[in-house]
Design a protein around this ligand. Structure first.
Ligand code: CIR
Length: 256
C-alpha cells in the first residue's frame, strides 16, 4: 500500500523562505484548511497518512518533500540548500528509519527533494539554487548500486526541478520549457504548460490520478484533453510560500 508523510502547517508559516515570489500575507487558517483538503484527497485515493505535528520554529516544515527522497531500497535524507530548513530533516529521518535503510547527504553537498524527479529507474537531479553538484555526485554514489541512472539537469528562474517538470502518467511529463531545456526529456511524451501559467508544471500523480491546483485552467484543459484523470484543489495560500502539490507529502510504498 501507499503511505504518505505530511506535516501540519507551522503557526509561523508567514516567515517561510521566499526566492522568486514577493511576500504576501498567508491566511494561516485558510492554509491549514487547504492542507487538510490535500490530506483528505490522498486518503480518498487509499493512501495512509502519517501526519506529523507542526514545527513552530520551522516555518517551511510543511514542505516535507524537500527532506528525503524515497526509493524501494533506501531513503536518502537530504541536506536542504536553505540553512533555515536543515532542522527539518531529523524528524523525517526518524520516521523513515521505521520503513527503510536511511542514508544522509553530507556537507558540502546540498540537495532539496523538490529537485529530484524519479521516473522508474531514471533519477533526474535539478541543479538549482538549492541543490549542488556535490549533491548530484552523492546521489549517484548512493543509487547506482541499486541500478538507478542518475543525471543532472539545469533549471533556471524557478525554485526546484519539480517547479518546471513533473510526471503526469507513467510515460508523460508536464513541463514548462521556459525554465528547463525540454530536449533533455526526449524519450518521454511531453505536455507543455500554457505559457500564461508558468507555475503550472507541478502535479502529483497518485494511483493514476493527478492531484493538481485549480489555479491553472488552461493547462488543466490540456491535461484533460490528453485523457489524464485530474483531481483539482485550491492551494492558493500554500502557493504564497512557493509551495505546490508535490512538496506537501513524501509518498512511498509500504507492505500490507
Ligand atoms: C522554500 O523556499 O524552501 C519553501 N518556501 C518552499 C518549498 C517548496 N518545496 C518544493 O517545491 N519542493
Amino acid at each position: 500500500m501507499l503511505t504518505a508523510i505530511t506535516r501540519k502547517i507551522s503557526p509561523n508559516f508567514n516567515q517561510c523562505q521566499l526566492t522568486h515570489l514577493g511576500r504576501q500575507t498567508i491566511d494561516i487558517e485558510k492554509a491549514i484548511h487547504q492542507h487538510h483538503c490535500y490530506e483528505n484527497i490522498l486518503s480518498s485515493l487509499g493512501v495512509e497518512i502519517i501526519s506529523l505535528s507542526a514545527e513552530e520554529g520551522l516555518p517551511d516544515a510543511v514542505f516535507v518533500e524537500d527532506m528525503a527522497v524515497v526509493f524501494d531500497e533506501v531513503a536518502v535524507i537530504t541536506r536542504p540548500g536553505a540553512e533555515s530548513r536543515r532542522g527539518e530533516t531529523a524528524s523525517i529521518e526518524k520516521e523513515f528509519s521505521n520503513y527503510r535503510k536511511t542514508i544522509r547527504i553530507q556537507p558540502p553537498a546540498t540537495l532539496d527533494g523538490g529537485d529530484v524527479l524519479v521516473i522508474g529507474k531514471k533519477v533526474c537531479i535539478g541543479l538549482s539554487l538549492r541543490s549542488n553538484i556535490k549533491g548530484l555526485q552523492q546521489m549517484h554514489t548512493h543509487l547506482t548500486q541499486y541500478g538507478y541512472e542518475v543525471k543532472g539537469v539545469e533549471v533556471h528562474d524557478c525554485l526546484h526541478l519539480k517547479s518546471a517538470v513533473t510526471r503526469v502518467t507513467d510515460h508523460m511529463l508536464l513541463i514548462n520549457p521556459a525554465w528547463i531545456d525540454k530536449s533533455q526529456f526526449k524519450e518521454f511524451d511531453l505536455i507543455e504548460v500554457d505559457p500564461s501559467e508558468p507555475y503550472a508544471a507541478n502535479g502529483l500523480l497518485v494511483s493514476n490520478q493527478l492531484i493538481y491546483p485549480n489555479a491553472y485552467p488552461k493547462t488543466l484543459a490540456r491535461l484533460q484533453q490528453a485523457g489524464i484523470k485530474v483531481i483539482t484543489l485550491d492551494i492558493s495560500e500554500i502557493a504564497k510560500a512557493e509551495g505546490a502539490v508535490t512538496c506537501c507529502s513524501l509518498i512511498f510504498q509500504t507492505k500490507q
